[in-house]
Write a protein that binds this ligand. Structure first.
Ligand SMILES: Nc1ncnc2c1ncn2[C@@H]1O[C@H](COP(=O)(O)OP(=O)(O)OP(=O)(O)O)[C@@H](O)[C@H]1O
Ligand SMILES: [Mg+2]
Length: 280
């Protein structure tokens, strides 16, 4: 275990994270699974924001280094200690190739590191914080990329859930719910299913204003040459966060190269042609 004292390495929340309607629905779903200690299933197409939402909900930026790199912070400022104290959600992403033994080892590792870290924050002022936690602080385990789990690894996760006191949320692609229906023991424990949906039109417009501002553009009335440009962005991105980010980066590039001050439908379409993936 290394000891980290450098202040500049302190973890920070992602400032660019936007609290969308889908994020709120996802958070409510996760809290229900945590409260009822159920298994919940969350599925959605790639790029809608499932992983980022889970990380944000769990405040995983506080734990990422601790858990993946085994780094413990000694110089925690009081503000961070207070945040860590209240965390009760842990996140686990299985590797592409996984065996039940590996999954068991890794999940128990994450749960134990998580509880130790929360315990350390709770007893920050005391002397004895390095001892093993007596309480399991994790009340909800979120398993991202659950499609990767083989049948026996899924069984292993169910076993960990059965033996523990926490809720469990499995995140995956659409179709995961159908795959799990083939395992009656696991399926019978699923209390809630939740589809992570794409962004609504109103949210895309809201995000565009925000993003363009962040990218250094000012969006004023009439800056879009016509409503066609906006409509083109909505059509091309189809409510997909990842695609929206990529398209905006390309739009910025096209505008800089051509020294343009406003966005037209042609700019949007040129930017779309530069995208390698996901154009619809
Ligand atoms: N709430 C959000 N605020 C800001 N950006 C977001 C948000 N949600 C998603 N994004 C952007 O969209 C990208 C894709 O999000 P994310 O990786 O969470 O999608 P995903 O649904 O997990 O996709 P996959 O199924 O491929 O794993 C992020 O890298 C980020 O740039
Ligand atoms: Mg993801």
């Amino acid at each position: 275990m290394q000891v980290m004292t450098e202040q500049r390495s302190q973890p920070q929340a992602d400032d660019n994270f936007v609290v969308t309607k889908e994020y709120r629905r996802f958070a409510e779903f996760c809290h229900a699974c945590r409260r009822e200690r159920y298994i919940g299933l969350c599925y959605g197409v790639p790029g809608v924001g499932k992983t980022l939402s889970a990380k944000n909900l769990a405040k995983w930026y506080l734990f990422e280094k601790v858990i993946t790199e085994g780094v413990y912070f000694t110089g925690l400022p009081p503000s961070l200690v207070e945040e860590v104290k209240t965390c009760r959600i842990a996140l686990y992403t299985p590797p592409v190739a996984n065996s039940p033994a590996l999954v068991a080892r890794q999940v128990y590792g994450v749960l134990s590191d998580f509880s130790s870290y929360v315990e350390m924050a709770i007893h920050f002022e005391d002397e004895g914080w390095l001892k093993q936690p007596e309480i399991d602080y994790c009340q909800l385990l979120i398993v991202d990329e659950a499609d990767r789990l083989s049948t026996s690894s899924l069984e292993q996760v169910r076993d960990i859930y059965d033996k523990g006191q926490m809720g469990l949320v499995l995140i995956g692609m659409p179709g995961l719910e159908k795959r799990l229906a083939r395992y009656p023991q696991l399926y019978s424990r699923i209390g809630f299913a939740h589809e992570f949906k794409i962004l609504s039109q109103a949210e895309i417009i809201f995000l565009l204003e925000r993003h363009l501002h962040q990218l250094g553009f000012k969006l004023q009335e009439g800056e879009f040459a016509d409503a066609e440009a906006l409509a083109a962005i909505i059509r091309i991105t189809n409510g997909n966060f990842r695609l929206l980010n990529r398209l905006l980066t390309q739009i910025k590039r096209v505008m800089e190269i051509n020294q343009l001050g406003y966005i037209t439908k042609e700019v949007v379409e040129t930017a779309r042609d530069c995208l390698v993936i996901g154009t619809i």
